[in-house]
Design a protein around this ligand. Structure first.
Ligand SMILES: [Zn+2]
Length: 432
């Protein structure tokens, strides 16, 4: 035995007894310059009292406890020039438009952030609290349900502004990549309208032949030394595994939790896609004996997290600047002429020539993402989010309006799809 080995032996022995350390950070795109600045922040927004829950009209009592914490999360991005972007994701039912307006106004005052550079997306969990966008009347304030929802929404607004401040203070050099994977538990939840209603196969729900968008886009953020700092990922599916009386982020909450589980200082952020007519399946424990609803939600969350792991790892595509954003609220008319038009938000965010993020308001059905991805396909990846910046019911496509059914009952005029798609193209074309 040589003297060198004698000296080394105790060290080797000691090393074998130590617990395995985290592997050294490894960049997925080491040759890509870290030209971005990225900052993260998050906070628990689980109500601290038994508020009424959002999402199902049939609820008859307030929440009874917590299954999983709800979070508000912020990512701030700067492209190294003058382009900025602030993304807020919420484990909540939707984004009240008035809340978006107040947050955008405050960020413009406090940080000179253009309104177009703010995107607020909700996971549409049906196990979160009711929200209230506008201040209630004195009469409404006497109703504890309304008073509590308004108090919660006001506190949420304060939290969001604090988180943006924290995320801006956290800005550090970063490298961005993106890619997408697939995840299959979303299925079309509408019946097959191509068949007459009395056809034996017409009422199969979910409809295995119905349109779906199974893409899982993921924007990956790492530090210059390759340390993974965060991911923003999307999926087009109702966040409705659960229908109980406990706070929970549902499958999207479990997907974020699974991604963060073994990664300290890492933030996973979920962005809901155009899942207005999509549900997670299998759904409800009555179809899977011995598996609870919560366990099903966890399984779907883990499945989605696995797809995100793939999207973050396999063939990462560079995301460079400049960052450019456009936002407009367009009048969306109702079929009944006595109802005033709604100011519907359409947002386009371009990450240079690499990735285009389109964010549409409210419960957008899957036809929108399939159509926009087809029509805008080119060298840049296209990512279409729904449930952004507004929460005012279903946004059916013309196809759904003609077919009828649950998601078509919002009562929009038949030019809704044409107006929205036209505005997306217009904003997309006007951004350099
Ligand atoms: Zn919904």
């Amino acid at each position: 035995m040589t003297r060198a080995l004698l000296v080394l032996l105790p060290a080797l022995l000691l090393a074998s007894l130590l617990p395995a350390l985290d592997p050294a950070p490894k960049s997925v795109a080491p040759h890509l310059p870290a030209t971005w600045q990225a900052g993260f922040a998050r906070a628990v927004i689980t109500p601290d009292k038994p508020l009424w829950m959002a999402g199902y009209a049939a609820r008859n009592k307030p929440a009874e406890g917590r299954e999983q914490d709800l979070f508000a999360k912020v990512l701030t991005l700067e492209d190294g020039a003058r382009g900025r972007f602030v993304l807020i994701t919420l484990d909540l039912i939707g984004v009240p438009q008035a809340l978006r307006h107040r947050v955008a106004d405050a960020l413009a005052r406090e940080h000179q952030l253009p309104a177009a550079a703010l995107l607020i997306n909700a996971s549409h969990t049906h196990s979160g609290p009711q929200l209230r966008g506008l201040p209630p009347s004195a009469e409404d304030l006497a109703n504890p349900k309304i008073r509590d929802a308004w108090a919660y929404t006001q506190a949420l607004e304060t939290t969001l502004l604090r988180l943006v401040r924290e995320a801006l203070a956290d800005l550090q050099p970063a490298r961005l990549t993106w890619n997408q994977a697939r995840c299959g538990f979303a299925m079309n939840r509408r019946r097959d309208y191509s068949l007459p209603a009395d056809h034996p196969n017409a009422n199969r729900v979910p409809n295995p032949e119905g349109p779906v968008d199974h893409a899982v886009p993921a924007l990956r953020v790492e530090s210059p030394d390759g340390r993974l700092r965060g991911v923003v990922f999307g999926y087009a599916c109702h966040n409705t595994c659960l229908g109980f009386y406990r706070w929970c982020g549902d499958y999207a909450g479990y997907a974020q939790e699974a991604l963060q589980e073994h990664r300290p200082d890492f933030q996973a952020m979920f962005v809901t896609g155009c899942g207005g007519d999509q549900n997670p399946y299998p759904r409800r424990s009555d179809v899977v004996p011995g598996v609870s609803d919560v366990e099903l939600a966890r399984q779907h969350g883990r499945t989605l997290a696995n797809a995100v792991e793939m999207a973050m790892t396999v063939n990462p595509r560079p995301v460079t600047g400049p960052l450019r954003a456009a936002y407009e609220e367009i009048p969306l008319a109702y079929a009944k002429p006595d109802r005033p038009a709604h100011a519907y938000p359409v947002q386009v965010v371009k990450f240079g020539a690499d990735l285009t993020l389109i964010a549409l308001g409210s419960e957008v059905v899957v036809d929108y993402s399939l159509r926009l991805k087809r029509e805008l396909s080119g060298p840049a990846g296209v990512w279409v989010a729904g449930y952004s910046n507004d929460y005012s019911g279903y946004i059916p496509s013309l196809r759904l309006q003609r077919e009828g059914g649950y998601e078509a009952a919002t009562g929009w005029a038949e030019d809704a799809e044409a107006r929205i798609v036209r505005k997306v193209h217009e904003l997309h074309a006007q951004l350099p």
